[in-house]
Design a protein around this ligand. Structure first.
Ligand SMILES: O=C(O)CCC(=O)c1ccccc1C(=O)O
Ligand SMILES: [Mg+2]
Length: 327
């Protein structure tokens, strides 16, 4: 099969800039790619790099696209190097015709995908850092979200611990007043690697003190830096509250590395930057990965492909972090 290849760079500002420990992110830039097969059937994919997370840069992805010939074969696509994970994802997602047959023959399709049954997914709503979380929580709760993620390690820990008290109080009051108390809320905290050893211990002990059957601190995400794997492994064995790795497992090779080094906790997988969907399926099939799929604020093109993978591979009890539209 030969594909005619076109690519369309885009740049779009977010409605709300994303404030994390990494800094303030105001616009998403990426590349939409089109693969037209010999029957003229179009496949679409998205290259959504996130270089501060470990993928190639937008410039490197653009350079990669510019160097490609106008026509590509499936082999060309399957040979995209591992240091271009966002390109691997974008091109492989855009492959149309032989994909199902190819994936069937190579055993990469899960049963559900073959029968066209894509599991129903639960979504997690993203709360902005700081006090703004209180207002946004109420709006998202009304919209039906029951899993929320709050960005921390943006303001001084004493302020954030105060806000955490207000947020958990608001969550409990809302569940008790708005529901018949048979529902509960999962709250995720995401430090984006921004806590010190002492702060991470403080957060985990505060979270462990929350004993409620209607509010669960689902996990603390990437409390320490990528370099502090051993410390996070130690924390995961010391506290009741779970820990999720995110920046530490941004690409396939990092997932393999952390798994081999003994991580059996939660893996946050950002499909658009992790690399080849084919290789991700294989990895999740060969290892027991407690995966939470997560957005990199891609457009609807990347989101569709990412959610397809999530419905195949994410842990059934884990909501996916694709809840909030950013445009
Ligand atoms: O995972 C989610 O719930 C939303 C996505 C998210 O938080 C995110 C979005 C862009 C860049 C980094 C991150 C992150 O998880 O750290
Ligand atoms: Mg994260």
């Amino acid at each position: 099969m030969v594909y005619r290849f076109n690519f369309y760079p885009y740049s779009r500002p977010f409605k709300q800039p994303l404030k994390t420990h990494h800094g303030i992110w105001e616009k998403r830039e990426g590349i939409i790619i089109q693969l037209a097969d010999e029957r003229g059937k179009n496949g679409w994919g998205e290259i959504a790099p996130l270089s501060w997370f470990g993928s190639e840069t937008l410039q490197e992805a653009l350079e990669f696209c510019r160097k490609l010939p106008q026509t590509l074969t499936l082999e060309d696509i399957l040979e995209i190097p591992d240091n271009f994970p966002a390109c691997q994802f974008g091109f492989e997602s855009a492959v149309t015709y032989p994909k199902t047959r190819f994936l069937k023959e190579t055993g990469f399709l899960s049963q559900g995908f073959e029968t066209g049954f894509l599991r129903e997914l639960k979504f997690s709503g993203l709360l902005p850092s700081g006090k703004a979380a209180l207002q946004v929580f109420q709006t998202l709760f009304q919209q039906g979200f029951r899993t929320f993620k709050w960005k921390i390690a943006v303001y001084p820990i004493s302020d954030e611990l105060d806000m955490f008290k207000q947020l958990t109080k608001l969550i409990l009051e809302t569940i008790i007043s708005e529901t018949d108390k048979t529902e509960w809320v999962n709250l995720r905290l995401d430090a984006n690697g921004g806590l010190s050893w002492e702060e991470a211990n403080k957060w985990l002990s505060v979270c462990d003190e929350i004993k409620s059957d209607i509010l669960k601190i689902e996990y603390l995400e990437q409390p320490l830096s990528v370099e502090q794997f051993a410390e996070m492994l130690a924390l995961s064995q010391q506290y009741f509250t779970s820990i999720a790795l995110d920046e530490s497992v941004a690409t396939l090779s990092q997932i393999r590395d952390c798994y081999q080094r003994g991580w059996r906790g939660i893996f946050v997988i950002k499909p658009c930057i992790v690399g080849s969907p084919r290789k991700l399926r294989k990895l999740c099939r060969e290892n027991h990965i407690d995966a939470v799929f997560s957005s990199v604020f891609e457009t609807a093109v990347g989101r569709r492909a990412a959610l397809n993978l999530a419905s195949e591979l994410s842990h059934p009890k884990r909501a996916v972090g694709f809840g909030v539209e950013h445009w």
